[in-house]
Design a protein around this ligand. Structure first.
Ligand SMILES: Nc1ncnc2c1ncn2[C@@H]1O[C@H](COP(=O)(O)OP(=O)(O)OP(=O)(O)O)[C@@H](O)[C@H]1O
Ligand SMILES: [Mg+2]
Length: 283
């Protein structure tokens, strides 16, 4: 990438006094008229939104409205789906990540992902976390990198004496924190999480939510969740999506209904569809 996020970050905050410019919200991502198509099928249409840096943005909405599709579009994971095509612009730190000269591997290094089902590699805890840094060519200081990532994911104390054990031998909640450690080990800019707690019990869920709030200090987080309490508890901004059904051709297309401060969405949504969904009155 031509623009180093760290430099952009420094530049944006290089003001001594809080001027209007300095207090303006800085967007890591600006989506402009984004659509995602699988072959002839349009899964998501005309999404425009800015994702603020160092905040947690929640994507909510009924099954099939395109939340995972949109998330994958933010780090070019859709490239790995043969039929997928993205239209519009996904501006990340000032550049469209779908421009021809952008390296998708570099995009995925900057924008990490944590999936619904914890998916540690069948390797040791240590090797799981060291995987990304090694791939990036890091040879020195790996012990330190692994420790920092595990500390960052609030897992260090639980695993520091068994780093050689298999990652698969951990509990579900620990495995998910291991996956978060693996994601932050490469020092990404953004972490995308697709229903990261749906396989976890309430205690492990709260642990991940606490962790997300800590991670927000250093990263921008975009999280898909079906858990309304979770969206309300953890996120700063919430985007509600719905599925529009075209009766003539039976096409089901996802669309952004409303995007605002989480508090506003949950207390005085502008659109009645949003309110119906968050209060559980949605069919
Ligand atoms: N690889 C694919 N090929 C074809 N269609 C797909 C593919 N992935 C998703 N879709 C379709 O795109 C639409 C959006 O799917 P997506 O998985 O993004 O929804 P979602 O909001 O994440 O749903 P859920 O809440 O159930 O996870 C759906 O109609 C789905 O069938
Ligand atoms: Mg999904």
């Amino acid at each position: 990438m031509r623009v180093e996020p760290s430099e952009a970050h420094v530049a944006a905050h290089h003001h001594d006094a809080p001027t209007e410019e300095a207090t303006a919200v800085e967007h890591v991502f600006d989506l402009r008229g984004v659509g995602v198509h699988y072959g002839d099928f349009t899964a998501l249409q005309d999404v425009s939104m800015g994702l603020p840096r160092n905040q947690i943005t929640a994507l909510i909405g009924p099954s099939g409205c395109g939340k995972s599709t949109l998330l994958r579009c933010l780090n070019r994971m859709n490239d790995l789906v043969g039929s997928a095509r993205v239209t519009g612009e996904v501006i990340y730190n000032g550049e469209n990540i779908y421009d021809a000269d952008i390296d998708p591997v570099e995009v995925r290094r900057r924008i990490g992902m944590v999936f619904q089902k914890p998916n540690p590699f069948p390797k040791s805890i240590y090797d799981n976390v060291a995987f990304g840094p090694r791939l990036n060519g890091q040879r020195k200081g790996l012990d330190d990198t692994v420790e920092q990532a595990l500390r960052g994911a609030a897992l260090w104390d639980e695993v520091k004496d068994k780093l050689g054990d298999s990652g698969l031998a951990l509990s579900g909640g620990q495995q998910q924190r291991l996956c978060i450690a693996r994601a932050i080990a490469t020092e990404p800019d953004v972490i995308l999480m697709d229903e990261p707690c749906s396989a976890l019990d309430p205690i492990a869920t709260l642990k991940i939510e606490d962790l997300m709030r800590e991670l927000r200090e250093s990263y921008t987080i975009v999280v898909v969740t079906h858990n309304m309490q979770q969206a309300a508890r953890v996120s700063d901004r919430t985007a509600f999506f719905t599925v529009n059904i075209d009766d003539h051709v039976g096409m089901r297309t996802g669309a952004l209904v409303e995007y605002d401060d989480t508090e506003k969405i949950f207390t005085q949504a502008s659109d009645e569809r949003t309110e119906a969904y968050i209060t559980g009155r949605f069919g």
